[in-house]
Design a protein around this ligand. Sequence first.
Ligand code: BMP
Length: 217
Amino acid sequence: MDLLDVRRSGVILALDVTDRERGLEIAEAASPHIDAVKTGYPLILSAGLDVLSELKRLGKPVIADLKVADVPHVSAGICRLAVEAGADYVIVQGFLGRDVVEACSEVARVFVVADMSHPGAEDYLSGHSREIAEHARGFAAGIVAPATRPQTIKTLRPIVGDLPIISPGVKAQGAAVGSALSAGADFEIVGRAIYNAPEPDKAAEEIAARIKELNVL
Ligand code: BMP
C-alpha cells in the first residue's frame, strides 16, 4: 500500500499508547480521518509484534517506527521481522550511515530519519540532515523531518525530490497543524493530540478539517 496513493487527510496517527485494546480502539475511532498508522516501541513492546497485523485490519498503511539503529545485518533483520509481521514501512535512523539504510532498503520500504523534532536534535543530528537526505533519495521510500523546524523541511524537499516527507512534532511538540505541510511535507504525524484527547475521533476529525481549511495538501 503506497502512502502517497492513499493520501486524503494528510494525517498519520502516531499510536504510542501501551494498552493493546485502547490502542486498537483509538486507531479505529480515528480511522476515517487518518491516512496511516505509525506505531513503535511503546505499543509493540507491550502488545507484541502481532499488533502490526491487527492494525492492518483498518485497511491503511502501517508504519513500524522502530528507529532502527544497529549494524547493517542486525538492522536488516529487524526490518525483515517488522515486514513479516505486517508493516508496510519501517522507520530507520539515517545517522548510522549509508550501509545501514541500504541493507534495510533491501528487505523493507524504509523511511529514513533525516532530522528530529526535539531540541537535542540540534546537538548532533541536524548538522548532517542534508547528507542523510541525499543518500535517502537513492534508497528510501521517504524521509522523516521535523514539523518543529519547517525551515529544515524546506531545505530537504528539493534534496529528496518527490519522495514522501512525513513530519512529526505537531501540536504536542509545538508545531501548528498544517505548518509542516505548508513547508513541503506530505503528511503530518500526530500522536498525543489525538490519543490523549477525551474524544480521539473528534480530535482527529478537527485536525483533518483544519488541514483541509488551510488548503495545504
Ligand atoms: P506526539 O504528536 O505525541 O508528539 O508524537 C510524535 C510521534 O512522532 C512519536 O511517535 C515520536 O516517536 C515520533 N517522532 C517525533 O516525535 N520526532 C521525530 O523527530 C521523529 C519521530 O518519529
